[in-house]
Write a protein that binds this ligand. Sequence first.
Ligand SMILES: *Cc1c(COP(=O)(O)O)cnc(C)c1O
Length: 384
Amino acid sequence: MIPFLDLKAQYSQIKPEIDAAVARVVSSGHFVLGPEVTAFERRFADYCGTAHCRAVNSGTSALHLALLAAGVGPGDEVITVSMTFVATTAAILYSGARPVFVDVDPVTWTMDPGLIEAAMTPRTKAILPVHLHGLMADMDPIMAIARRHGLIVIEDAAQAHGAEYRGRRAGSIGDLGCFSFYPGKNLGAFGEGGALVTDRIEFARRVSLLRDWGQEAKYDHAIPGYNYRMDEIQSAVLNVKLDHIERWTEARRSLAKRYDALLADLPLARPRPPAHARHVYHVYAVRSERRDEALALLRDAGIGAGIHYPVPVHLQRAYAELRYRAGDLPVTEMLARDFLSLPIYPELLPEQAGEVVATLRRATGLQPGVAVSTRAEHPQSVLT
Ligand SMILES: *Cc1c(COP(=O)(O)O)cnc(C)c1O
């Protein structure tokens, strides 16, 4: 049995610290937006390399408030990707704006900057790239396009805590960066949580108001707001885990290297991180033409493989009103059909990674040295 994720293993490593931190909050009697939250915000801003951080109650709330703080609203369009969890799109719709999808790059699986300008209209207000699976989108061209056209850039960094692009951390390149601390994320709370980071104090101030009913002082509501506040217990847990995140990230990266080596002789394509990227492997994904078969066999063998995500957002029933059709985003749709995610988390043992790959070999019937050209190794052919 190799689960997809093992949160209990992580807890057992840091139990004394966590238990003490939670007990401290419980006996303080202060449960929402208190000293633990303030300390976490300071530390997480430093971690991301930004001036400010505001903690909220989920990654979705972070995205929603980032859009509102940036002035995105009804009548606006936001260019984003469909190769993501639905929350990215949902947050855009919460703001009243319309999501406009562009396809992803077949090598990195993140937003293809070459498609952005063609998707722009006079209503375009923001670009919202997603750092999928822990690999940052190609931010230099995205920022250049945004600056040229006066657009806001909001990074969905929910899967990319500590990821880097040319030495800069996820969340620190766009105007605002959004994180999730859902338990299974690389930095996970013991419940729901999220945060925004930014260098712009006016955005941070606006988020402070919006997350707490628009209150400037108790019962003095300057603007309509939301109840998106973070709990003290969640911040206390995150303050403990922040001390370990770099070690955990390095463990993920070394497991990914191990998977890379074990899979090197198999024709299973993977996203290729550019040399300047620090991929933090929230997900380790491989493509297989016999994906469904492989997934079933892995699961039969007790290995928790998954697909993140099997149906792209633009083809979900919930978003039919956006009027996208199969074929509109060919790379996204092809990847959704043929990739699967292997277990990867800091506590996974290298031998277990070996067992996963051995099972995958049996499952796909692939043997070392079989020369099969794969589509991702020839990115130019993926659309044909
Ligand atoms: C998890 C996730 C979110 C949403 O975060 P929640 O904390 O679950 O609301 C948004 N975008 C992406 C890419 C995610 O993976």
